[in-house]
Design a protein around this ligand. Structure first.
Ligand code: B4P
Length: 191
């Protein structure tokens, strides 16, 4: 299996680049943001709970997200590999992901960190907010999401750097050029 974590701040292009990864490598895309938004749309108990966190720009509690991911990894264990998009977002999720994959004799091959400065992130998310109707793409919630990112998610970079799997990708430029950098990193894995 080829297992990739696509990592970055809100608005860094995780969802955008994941779509291209799916197309080229045929991996199973697991986006916790998309999964939670589907639950909200279907008005499930999980969706109601998730919405109360997401609309404020907070993270959904670890145990809920970890449980959803664990089930999906089991369900798609015959996939060619996974793209983890927006997961992990906390150290606890990072540790849980390692254990979930280990159960299947698997590991993470690369953590691709999309590097984009804050001003550009805010700009992209405000623009998306005008067309997407996403309730979390407004200035107040974006600022909260960025604070949460720095406090809870960014420490994962050190976690993966020490494991040797972190690859920094310049996340500003054309979508195709950024994907070119991603392809070069994946080619080096040699799977
Ligand atoms: P996500 O859905 O993961 O949202 P995101 O961080 O904003 O990234 P997304 O993938 O949507 O945006 P992208 O950067 O591609 O999470 C939403 C919320 O769900 C979280 O705040 C949290 O509450 C909850 N959640 C999700 N996962 C969780 C977890 N594991 N634990 C707890 N809670 C969790 O793109 C942004 C915009 O930039 C787009 O409009 C795109 O078109 C544009 N763009 C992309 N690349 C560009 C480029 N190169 N140049 C210009 N614009 C570009």
């Amino acid at each position: 299996m080829l297992n990739i974590v696509i990592f970055g701040a809100p608005g860094s292009g995780k969802g955008t680049q994941s779509a291209k990864l799916v197309e080229k490598y045929g991996l199973k895309h697991l986006s916790t943001g998309d999964i939670l938004r589907e639950e909200i749309k279907a008005d499930t108990e999980l969706g109601k709970l998730a919405d109360s966190y997401m609309s404020k720009g907070h993270l959904v509690p670890d145990e809920l997200v970890i449980d959803v991911l664990d089930n999906l990894i089991g369900k798609y264990s015959d996939a060619k590999g996974f793209i983890f998009d927006g997961f992990p977002r906390t150290l606890a999720q990072g540790e849980a992901l390692g254990k979930m994959l280990e159960k299947h004799g698997e590991d993470i091959d690369a953590v691709l960190s999309l590097e984009v400065e804050e001003e550009e992130l805010i700009d992209r998310l405000l623009k998306r907010g005008q067309i997407s109707g996403r309730t979390d793409d407004n200035r107040e919630t974006i600022e909260s999401r960025l604070k949460v990112y720095h406090a809870q998610t960014e420490p994962l970079k050190e976690f993966y750097r020490t494991k040797g799997s972190l690859k920094n990708i310049e996340g500003v430029g054309s979508i195709d050029d950024i994907f070119g950098s991603i392809e070069r990193e994946i080619d080096q894995i040699g799977k």
